[in-house]
Each structure stands twice: as C-alpha cells, then as structure tokens.
Design a protein around this ligand. Structure first.
Ligand SMILES: [Zn+2]
Length: 303
C-alpha cells in the first residue's frame, strides 16, 4: 500500500464532484423488498432529478463525474448524452447495482465491460472511472481493482476508509493515491473522511452530505483545504427529491434514505459556492495520480 495520505499543499484546492446516477428504488436499502425485474414498475424520477443537479452545478460552474448505472443508461440514453454535452465526465456505476460482494469475478468483469461500452457509445467519451455500488471495494474485494485495469479503467473511486456493515476499508487510503491492483496499480480517489481522535468520520459523500448539518460539511471542506488534501463530494439524484414515492410495500421508510431530503440541494449549493469543483478524472490527472491516455501499460481505454 502506498503512503496513506497524499495532498497538494500550496497548489490550491483539488476538489472533485461526483454523482451516482441511479433511481430511488435501486438502492441497497430496498434490495430485499424490490426485485430487479420489478424496477420498471416504479415511476422513474432519475431524469428530472439529474437535470436538477445539472442546473444546480451550472449555478457555480462546477463540473462533475457522473457514475452512471448501466440500467439507467439503457432506459434513458438521452440523459447520458445530455450530461456529456453539458461538459461533465461519464463513468461507470456497474450495470444492475449489485454490490461487488455479491458478484463473482466473472460477473464483475462482465458488468465492467458492458457498462463501459454502453456508456462510451452514448457519451462519445472514454470511460475511465468506476464507482462500486454501495462503495463495496474493500479488503475482501480488492480483486476487482485488477479486473478494472484489465478491462480498460484507469481509476476507481469506491474506497470509503471507514468500517460499516456492508462496506468500508479502514486500511485504505484517505486521499488520492495509486494502489495495488493485482500485478499493476490503479489510481484511487477515496470517499472523504475527517479524523476525529482515533476515529474517522465520513463527510460530504454517501448519505453524509445530507445527514450532517451544512456547517459541518463546510467545516470539513475548509479542513481539507487547510491540510491540502483533495476531496470528492458525492450525491445521488434521489437525495434532492423529497416527493419520491415510498418504496417498501409495508410502508417502511428507513431514516438514512428519507431523512433531510428537503435539505440536500441547499447544502450542496452552499458547498459548491465555497470553492471550485471539477471532474474526478481531471483532478487525478492534475495531481499526477492518473496516467494520462497512452501512458499506461498497454491496456487501452478501448479494451
Ligand atoms: Zn449506487
């Protein structure tokens, strides 16, 4: 494992922005009550919510990386084209939102290949980045990083260096770094945390952008700037949609999914006004963590 921390002191902030493009009924919290073949029965809200995010980004000129679920890209191809046309990066969130912990290496490889070629066809971009459903790159799934390299990806942004029930890799890097991927290496932009005593607190990503009060998110941003550590903000389109239908047929509304849905857009707006935000790819290139096209070990982006 390379040094756990890499920063860019004196080079200005290196903040990235990202969206995991999926609909409200596709999240892991509902996986036990919503079968994948029933997804089409729910009213889709991902296009309208993503367009709201695109407009919000335009207010401050922020650019971001949209880790798009292959299933969403198939259903809404114009959405992928619009995101790319508006100057953002398209990257992969897999095909069907199964966590890596639920996939065999063969299944993971197929999803990596299929989502990449689908998203490249629609966007006209080389898809270089990947984010795992539910951030499930961890100690037991590090094999996936080698497969990402073999299938033409240049970076991953899935490691959350905390411990949670379904995900987390506390030993992982806390800032952008090149990490081992089988016999080679891959660029990693981990999800953001702040040290608190001996613990690390998740901030500005996952549900935490929405669940922490705005002042805490802004303080975490300022802390990262102060110590010169790059950071990637992450949000989901459904997180700015307080009017989304209840998914669970029993009417259960898990707090972590439904809390403060009316606050997230306002918090995000304040975060984006605080600094400049760019795509994950451009930040990694600027930091020298991502090999530029043509520099890699012969595995081209068009594998
Ligand atoms: Zn997701």
């Amino acid at each position: 494992m390379p040094p756990a921390e890499s920063g860019a002191p004196g080079r200005g902030s290196a903040f990235a922005l990202s969206v995991d493009v999926e609909d409200y009924y596709q999240v892991q919290a509902f996986a036990s009550v919503v079968a994948r073949d029933a997804w089409n029965r729910f009213p889709s809200r991902v296009v309208a919510n993503t367009n709201r995010l695109l407009d919000l980004f335009d207010e401050s000129g922020a650019k971001g990386t949209f880790f798009t679920l292959g299933w969403v890209a198939r259903e809404h191809p114009d959405l992928v084209r619009d995101i790319a046309r508006r100057g953002h990066e398209i990257a992969s969130h897999g095909m069907d939102h199964r966590m890596i912990t639920e996939l065999t290496p063969q299944e993971f490889r197929a999803q990596a290949i299929d989502s990449k070629s689908l998203l490249e066809d629609l966007s006209g971009q080389s898809v270089l980045g990947y984010r795992a459903p539910s951030y499930t790159v961890g100690r037991g799934t590090l094999w996936s990083l080698e497969i990402l390299r073999e299938t033409g990806y240049a970076y991953d942004s899935s490691i959350f260096p905390i411990r949670r029930r379904r995900y987390g890799y506390p030993e992982g890097p806390i800032g952008p770094a090149r990490i081992q991927a089988g016999k080679t290496t891959i660029a990693e932009f981990p999800l953001p945390t702040v040290g608190w005593g001996s613990a690390r607190l998740p901030v500005l990503a996952g549900a935490y952008l929405r669940l922490w009060p705005a002042w805490a998110s802004l303080a975490a941003l300022d802390h990262h700037r102060r110590v010169g550590r790059p950071l990637v903000v992450n949000i989901h389109p459904w997180e700015i949609d307080p009017d989304q239908p209840t998914v669970d047929p029993r009417g259960r509304r898990p707090w972590t999914h439904y809390a403060r849905l009316d606050r997230a857009a306002g918090i995000l707006r304040r975060v984006l006004e605080r600094d400049s935000f760019d795509t994950v790819r451009s930040r990694l290139e600027h930091l020298g963590v991502l090999e530029r096209a043509g520099d890699d070990d012969g595995r081209s982006a068009t594998a």
